[in-house]
Ligand binder design. Structure first.
Ligand SMILES: Cc1cc2nc3c(=O)[nH]c(=O)nc-3n(C[C@H](O)[C@H](O)[C@H](O)COP(=O)(O)OP(=O)(O)OC[C@H]3O[C@@H](n4cnc5c(N)ncnc54)[C@H](O)[C@@H]3O)c2cc1C
Length: 380
């Protein structure tokens, strides 16, 4: 066992950190207030390989490992969790679904565009009436001639309005339950597909989220992604990997919040000394630094197991559950250590506090992670 990062991984961390500090940090509040994803960031992210982190070089991808992916997402989240969320949704949901289950033709059609940053990826599972119980979805794909017709609406879709390529999960045969669900690739601008309500969010505001509506949206047969009836099973496999990304995002966000709190505690003086001299503050810093390392280890373990080809349902959920709840505590302590200055927008604490809450909700709530873990434990 070797817990150290390789020289290449250390270099990767340094280069993504340098990029995030130079290209993202100066704009964090401006993008948060605009509530829009900065599309002009796409070519820069693509130049660094961040739009196709784990994809094969033959499609233009950076060919990195799942552990490398965690390092990239962590470093983006340390500076701006919303940008990290967009990069994770693009890589870990839309592109990953196409990469894992697409035909060779679909991979050659879509992955290079996604990886070059010419299209942002979106992935639509959730609906207004079907969140945790995703298999209860109402959106249908009905056969018409050689192709399919989509009808329904997806909610809370990251890049729903601005995604150039979207993977949509829909019911193809309701009588078969979750075995009657299939996935499709839909290109932005396809007739019958339109953006619905843009969400006005608590946090992660620089990552665009909206409803997507399908009204008699006709698709050729070529747009079925994976086998008919396998869409839900494939979705669970996509989420096994995606949740490692949300765990990494949580670790990165917590690291950013911890560093902001530590730096502030050194500068802020009360009772004639830096507040970092008070044991109450030191213990918060020590506890957070320890919990971040524990979450990082769970996350890297899940990523390592994915890299060696092990199914990581339990490990991904454990990493996501622990890291996201740890990050909520880190962001809370960051605000507390800042006192009143943690409550205003001149310091980064309040934004970490707003952004973090998505992490115990998106890609399966904490309750659903516990359910997944318990099922795995009881099945043994
Ligand atoms: C910013 C943002 C971005 C998102 N991006 C995407 C995206 O790109 N694509 C996509 O498909 N979805 C996306 N989502 C949706 C997200 O995955 C869902 O919000 C999430 O899965 C929870 O579903 P829900 O909101 O319907 O909550 P519900 O399922 O209604 O849950 C409400 C509460 O009930 C609890 N609960 C539900 N079932 C159980 C149970 N069996 N046992 C115990 N407790 C339970 C939940 O844990 C939660 O506390 C996004 C959401 C947000 C906020």
């Amino acid at each position: 066992m070797d817990f150290r990062l390789s020289d290449e991984q250390q270099l990767l961390r340094a280069s993504v950190r340098e990029f995030a500090e130079a290209e993202i940090r100066p704009h964090v509040m401006e993008w948060d207030e605009a509530q829009q994803f900065a599309m002009d960031l796409l070519p820069k992210l693509a130049d660094l390989g961040l739009m196709g982190i784990q994809f094969d070089e033959e499609y233009g991808g950076a060919g990195m490992s799942a552990v490398d992916y965690c390092i990239c997402i962590e470093e983006l989240a340390r500076v701006c969790p919303a940008i990290a969320l967009s990069v994770a949704a693009h890589n870990g949901l839309c592109s990953a679904h196409i990469g894992m289950f697409g035909s060779e033709e679909q991979k050659r059609t879509y992955l290079p565009r996604l990886i070059r940053g010419e299209a942002l990826g979106a992935w639509g599972l959730t609906e207004a009436g079907a969140g945790s119980d995703a298999a209860g979805m109402r959106t249908t794909a009905t056969r018409r001639g050689d192709g399919w017709v989509l009808n329904g609406a997806k909610s809370f879709i990251t890049h729903g309005r601005i995604g150039g390529v979207m993977v949509v999960i829909a019911v193809t045969d309701r009588t078969l339950g979750h075995r009657g669900i299939s996935a499709f690739v839909v290109e932005h601008g396809t007739a019958g597909m339109s953006a619905g309500k843009k969400e006005n969010k608590l946090g992660m505001r620089a990552s665009d989220t909206s409803e997507v509506i399908f009204a008699d949206c006709q698709l050729p047969a070529s747009q079925l992604l994976g086998s008919e009836g396998q869409g839900f099973v494939n979705t669970l496999q996509v989420l096994d990997a995606g949740r490692i990304g949300i765990a990494a995002l949580s670790v990165g966000l917590a690291q950013g919040a911890y560093e902001a709190a530590r730096d502030y505690a050194r500068e802020r003086h009360q009772f004639g000394q830096p507040i970092a001299a008070f044991q109450a503050i030191q213990w918060k810093l020590a506890d957070n630094a320890t919990r971040i390392e524990a979450a990082r280890l769970l996350t890297y373990r899940a990523a390592y197991l994915k890299d060696v080809g092990v199914r990581t349902t339990r490990e991904s959920s454990m990493a996501k559950l622990f890291a996201s709840e740890m990050a909520v505590k880190a962001a809370d302590d960051c605000v507390q250590i800042h006192g009143g200055y943690g409550f205003v927008k001149d310091y980064p604490a309040e934004k970490y506090f707003r952004d973090v809450k998505l992490l115990t909700i998106g890609e399966g709530t904490s309750e659903i992670q516990r359910l997944v873990i318990a099922r795995q434990l009881l099945a043994q």
